[in-house]
Design a protein around this ligand. Structure first.
Ligand code: GUN
Length: 292
């Protein structure tokens, strides 16, 4: 039987509708909408698309969106001073700086500048430290959180005891994904570009998450029969979007698989909206009724 497609677009739309309802309910009581500031430095076309989509999603969720665009040659010092203004702005609950940044700006310094209470990307060391300590009271990075949401919806019997293999060790996806799967009691293997016998390792995976940025890198034979495959890759090839996984081939072995586009991508944005609402609730000492 060919794999069932995990419809990330539909699942994300459902989640965003729940967030919009919860946001309207809460803002009706407080008289102030949640506010998200998305910061873009420079004119990278892919980043411009991501930032535009985040802005649109924020408005649709009933939030205020503060889109802040700076020229590519802004100094690190000026950017930090601008971020401190957003930290101090009581209308802003969540701050996201779109990565990558121009080479003359340290992303570490920028991420460290964001108030951890407004760090809706979950990249600040305080939030990543909480995640690696198994705590859920910080902010969880949006893409891995979206992947986990899809996995929990797909694997009805639960994730505990599953062999999970993550391909990629970035701070944005690979490492936090592994930490989240571990906190769900999976047996987790993190692999990367220097891993030996990768195909042998992935062939043992009940859950396979790929975040390499290499189009169609994961072949049919690498996928265990019945595995759940989550493809985080968004690779532009000849003006088409391709995932990290050879989708057609993998469909023959997997039981469930995310498509590209329409899989993980929409979940990332939905989880950013969730984190913004969570930040707003924490700042206002309101209980968030929606748990993901
Ligand atoms: N660039 C690619 N993915 C992300 C993300 O999740 N957050 C930010 N801020 N930048 C990114």
């Amino acid at each position: 039987m060919p794999a069932e497609i995990i419809d990330g677009k539909a699942i994300a739309a459902e989640l965003r509708a729940k967030i919009a309802n919860e946001s309207a309910r809460i803002a009706g009581n407080t008289g102030r909408k949640p506010g998200l500031a998305v910061v873009l430095v420079g004119e990278d076309p892919a980043s411009q698309v991501y930032v535009r989509n985040k802005h649109k999603a924020a408005i649709e969720a009933g939030f205020n969106s503060f889109e802040t665009i700076f020229p590519a040659d802004i100094s690190e010092k000026s950017l930090i001073s601008e971020l401190n203004k957003l930290n101090d702005n009581s209308e802003v609950d969540g701050i996201l700086v779109q990565l990558p940044l121009p080479a003359h700006i340290s992303s570490d310094i920028v991420i460290n500048t964001i108030n951890p209470a407004k760090d809706v990307d979950g990249f600040h060391p305080l939030n990543s430290g909480k995640l690696f300590n198994g705590r859920r009271d910080g902010f969880l990075p949006c893409t891995p959180l979206g992947c986990l949401y899809l996995l929990k919806r797909t694997i009805s019997k639960g994730l505990a005891g599953k062999n999970a293999v993550v391909i990629g060790r970035s701070n944005i996806v690979g490492k936090p994904m592994a930490a989240l799967l571990l906190s769900e009691d999976c047996t987790v293997t993190i692999t990367h570009s220097k891993t030996r016998n990768l195909a042998e390792i992935t062939a043992n995976a009940d859950i396979l998450v790929s975040a390499t940025g290499k189009p169609e890198f994961v072949k049919k034979e690498w996928v265990k029969k019945g595995a759940v495959v989550i493809d985080v890759g968004i690779n532009r090839v000849e003006n088409k979007l391709k995932g990290d996984v050879d989708f057609k081939g993998a469909c023959e072995n997997a039981s469930f698989i995310t498509p590209v586009p329409g899989g993980v991508g929409p979940m990332t944005i939905a989880c950013l909206m969730y984190n913004t609402l969570k930040a707003y609730c924490k700042i206002n000492e309101i209980k968030l009724e929606l748990e993901i």
